[in-house]
Every structure is written in C-alpha cells, then in structure tokens.
Design a protein around this ligand. Structure first.
Ligand code: UD1
Length: 355
C-alpha cells in the first residue's frame, strides 16, 4: 500500500512520528512524506525531524508566511502535482491546519482516498480557522480516525453515518508519542537548570484569537504578568506571538524563551506546576504528564478534560484567568482516566488501513 502523507505544522510532525513508525513496523506500507513548509524555522520544523526520527520528506514545498487563502491555494496547486506524480492508494492528513485542508482537497479532486487522523473534533467556533479546516477535511475524508468517543459523537450528529465513509475511534496518536518519547526526553539535561528556575508555570500562546486581537492579547499579557509575581511564568515563544508583541508594542514581564523542541517541551511541562495555553495539543500533553491546564479560550475540542476538572476555560478576562490559575494550582486529581486510548492508536491505524 502506498500512502502520501501531508504535513506542515509542528503538531503534525509529532503525530507523524508515531504513525510513520507504525507504518514502517508493518513493513507493508510505503509512505511518501510531503512537507508543505508551513512551519519552516529550525526550531519550528527541523528539530522535530531530527529528534523524532521522522522519515525525511521526499518533497518540501516551502509554502509559508502567506494569508490563509494564498497559503491554502498554493499548497493545493503544489500538492496536486505531487499526487499526480506519485499516484498513491491514499493520502493521509493530520489535524486542522491549512496544510490539512489543502491536502484533503487536492486528493479528493483527484478521486484519491483521503485518510484523516484526528477526525471529528469540534470547538463549535466557526471564527477559528482550525474549525473550518477540520469540518471541510472531515467531510472530504473516506477514512476518519477519531481520538475520542466525543469526536465520534460529533460526526454522528453531523450525519456522517449516512455519508460514504468509515470512522473509527482509535485513541490519540499524541498519547502514543508521549509514551514513546518521554523516557528519551528524561535522559536529556535538566530543563530547569537551563531556564534557571525550580518552580514555574509552563505557558504557550499562538492562536490568532489570542494574538491578533489587541484587547484579548493585552488582557492575557497583563494577567500573566500578575501571576508571574507569585510564581514565574515561562513562555517558549511562537513566531506569530513574537510578531504580534512587537506590532502591539507590548513588553511582558514574564520570562520568554525560544521555541522548544519536542523532547525539551515534554520535560518543560513535566517539571511545571501548571500549564496555561491556547494550544489544542498541549491541553492533552498536560494531562498525559499529570498537570492541570488553564485554557485561554472560550471553547475546547477536548471536553473530557474540562468535564473532569483537569482543565478550565477562562476566555480572555484577566480576573478570570488569575482566579482559575489559583484554583488549579491547588487542585489535586488522579489523572487516571484513559480518555485517549492506551497508547496504541498508531498501530490500530496501520492495521485498519491494511485490512
Ligand atoms: C498553525 C495552524 C494551527 C496549529 C499551529 C501549531 C493553521 C490555520 N493554523 O498555526 O492549527 O495549532 O500551526 O503551531 O494552519 N512562522 C515563522 N516560522 C515558522 C512558522 C511560522 O516565522 O517556522 C510565522 C509565519 O510566517 C506566520 C506566523 O508565524 O506569520 C504564523 O504561522 P502560521 O503557519 O500562519 O500558523 P500558526 O499560527 O503556526
């Protein structure tokens, strides 16, 4: 079986690390990787390929730093060329980025089978580019691999039972990745020494709803500065966030560091007192590493975490953010539920495809 996999953004490299390994182990799947180039810095891309032993992409399309329309359009055009050349049995896409929707659309228009890993997630917020991308991708997909029961329910509610596709609840490949890479990460030098802090809150921000809205962004920075006075807040900075801090002339007092590779990130979260984020993936990684999570958003796709009290939504109000941080710093929970499978999601995906 020949599969072309489309990846382009940081979280997709991590998911591909788990799935590509399972494909290789099956010895029956030939995988061709296409990197769209959406994320391109050494710290946002290269380091992941080096650390996570992802097969080298056969194609790098170098498409980045464009508006949503231009980026998706150029990807669509270039991915189509690759697919016509490679003639795969199916095309695999991950998650909810512009690379995902471009890959799915290019494949479907060529009547190729589309596989979507991390299907069925919904925030029910159509202002998010990611929500648009995932709804379109799901509808175009022939085989949908869902990470949670809730994701399956979302698809059923939208009528997917009546569409010509198959969906499966397989668990979350990001959990596979954490289980595989955590022991490797733990052998690395202590991240606490590197950042010079023993106790800290791990924070990431990158979503457009946070960074591109001046009021939201100012409020969040203000809240983090207040928290930082009690317990240090450390933020590995995403390029968009860096750009928007400059453009709104904001000068945070909390600690900003360069983006971390995946292994350092695992240690960074593991060693933290709490996670504050607007990222989707990090909410789950916090749970896998037994940390509570303050979600700087009004909605989340990972409702099992908020329902069970492991994570709380704050929106962008500094008072709510501060109160929630105080509450979750004091919360002790078991982290015993298996919301995301047993760490074997990638193997199930490979076996299902071979069947
Ligand atoms: C994208 C995804 C989002 C995912 C996130 C993970 C979409 C719509 N969004 O958001 O779903 O959660 O990736 O990080 O696809 N940049 C650099 N260097 C890089 C990468 C990006 O400077 O290596 C700059 C870009 O030029 C751009 C900004 O950062 O100005 C944002 O990058 P972009 O690809 O638009 O999306 P993300 O915010 O990373």
């Amino acid at each position: 079986m020949k599969i072309v996999t489309i990846i382009g953004a940081r979280p997709q490299f991590i998911k591909a690390a788990a799935v590509s390994r399972a494909f290789e182990e099956s010895k029956k799947i030939e995988e061709i990787i296409v990197h769209t180039g959406q994320h391109f810095d050494t710290s946002m891309s290269e380091v992941f390929f080096q650390e996570l032993q992802i097969p080298v992409p056969k194609y790098n399309l170098s498409i980045n730093s464009l508006s949503h329309g231009a980026m998706t359009g150029r990807m669509l055009e270039e991915i189509e060329k690759v697919l016509l050349l490679e003639k795969p049995d199916c095309v695999l896409v991950y998650g909810d980025t512009n690379s995902t929707v471009a890959g799915a659309l290019a494949a479907k228009k060529l009547h190729m089978k589309v596989i979507h890993v991390e299907a069925g997630l919904r925030s029910f917020n159509m202002a998010m580019p990611e929500e648009i991308n995932r709804i379109v991708t799901d509808r175009l997909s022939d085989i949908l691999f869902c990470p949670t029961e809730q994701a399956v329910k979302n698809l059923i509610k939208e009528g997917f039972e009546h569409f010509n596709c198959k969906y499966h609840c397989v668990g979350d490949v990001m959990y596979d990745a954490v289980l595989h890479f955590l022991p490797i990460a733990e052998a690395k030098p202590d991240i606490k020494k590197r950042i010079g802090l023993d106790q800290y809150i791990a924070c990431t921000l990158h979503r457009q709803e946070t960074t591109d809205n001046k009021i939201h962004f100012k409020n969040v920075i203000e809240a983090l500065d207040v928290i930082h006075k009690q317990i240090p807040v450390v933020l590995p900075i995403h390029p968009r966030t860096k750009k928007m801090l400059q453009s709104f002339e904001l000068e945070p007092e909390f600690k900003i560091i360069e983006p971390l590779g995946y292994l350092d990130m695992l240690n960074f979260v593991s060693g933290s007192a709490l996670v504050i984020t607007d990222s989707g993936g990090l909410q789950k990684e916090a749970y896998f590493l037994k940390k509570c999570c303050v979600i700087i958003r009004n909605d989340t796709e990972w409702t099992e975490l908020t329902n069970a009290g492991y994570a709380m939504l704050t929106g962008y109000d500094p008072t709510v953010i501060n109160k929630t941080v105080t509450k979750l710093l004091d919360t002790k929970l078991s982290f015993a539920e298996q919301f995301y499978g047993d760490g074997g999601a990638a193997r199930i995906i490979a076996n299902t495809l071979l069947k």
